[in-house]
Design a protein around this ligand. Structure first.
Ligand code: PGA
Length: 243
């Protein structure tokens, strides 16, 4: 596990973007695992800027997003499919058929999750980007999720619903209670994993993640023994660390 400490959100977004651009440049047909949430927005802005200024191409890139809310149509402005198109896909030359986000409105969510896992099995992820929840979740793998879990239908915890209400007019009642999420095992199968963490609200979980032994109580800590796992944290997120 490598920990890179940076000053602030801007620096985090730039460094993380440069790592991803480098990976895409080295392997133009790379398979990327992508994340949503507030944290990667700046990173995606940098990818778009780089695409416009330097022409890094995504034509041959395949992507798999970590998760999607159950019950939201792709066109819903809080769906993760919408988020990805709005923040990244609509602004680069990616091929739409190569873009994968679990479908949150299929007739059979359990089957949809199985199909998604199968598709990832057939297209192993080279580079997985993730964020972390205030409770340590990765994707929607909430505390207690098994290290070998695969893509499945999951229940959001109260803490995640509370944290995500900010995207739903501050109203917890509007936040979906279930999602389809890659499992921790799915994420661990990626060849390289990059976790980006910013802000004071994450300082407590960062301390647990970095200073405590791996435990199901902090799902992100189950990545600590991954052979190619990098964490980038800014000063605020690192503010409770002993050193
Ligand atoms: P955030 O979400 O980037 O909006 O804080 C992170 C997460 O819940 O994984």
């Amino acid at each position: 596990m490598e920990v890179i400490k940076v000053k602030d959100y801007n620096e985090l977004s730039e460094i993380a973007a440069n790592i991803m651009i480098d990976a895409v440049t080295k392997k133009p047909n790379i398979t990327l695992g992508l994340a949503t949430g507030g944290t990667p927005v700046g990173l995606y802005e940098n990818l778009v800027k780089d695409y416009q200024n330097n022409g890094t191409s995504y034509k041959e890139v395949t992507t798999f997003n970590l998760d999607e809310y159950i019950g939201l149509e792709k066109t819903h402005d809080q769906s993760y499919s919408f988020f990805m198109h709005d923040n990244l896909f609509d602004h680069i030359d990616i091929t739409e058929e190569n873009v994968h986000v679990p479908c949150g409105t299929s007739a059979d969510h359990i089957q949809e999750a199985k199909n998604y896992e199968q598709l990832i099995d057939e297209n192993p992820i080279d580079f997985q980007l993730i964020g972390i929840g205030v409770n340590g979740h990765i994707g929607f793998n909430e505390p207690g999720t098994h290290i070998n879990s695969v893509t499945s239908v999951v229940q959001l915890t109260d803490s995640t619903i509370e944290a995500n209400a900010r995207y739903f007019e501050g109203n917890e009642q509007l936040v979906p209670t279930k999602a389809i999420s890659m499992g921790i095992g799915t994420i661990r199968n990626a060849k390289q994993i990059l976790l980006i963490i910013t802000g004071l609200s994450k300082a407590k979980i960062v301390k647990q993640l970095i200073e405590d032994p791996a435990s199901e109580d902090v799902p992100a800590s189950l990545l600590k023994d991954h052979p190619n796992f990098t964490i980038i944290i800014d000063e605020e997120a690192a503010s409770l660390l002993d050193k």
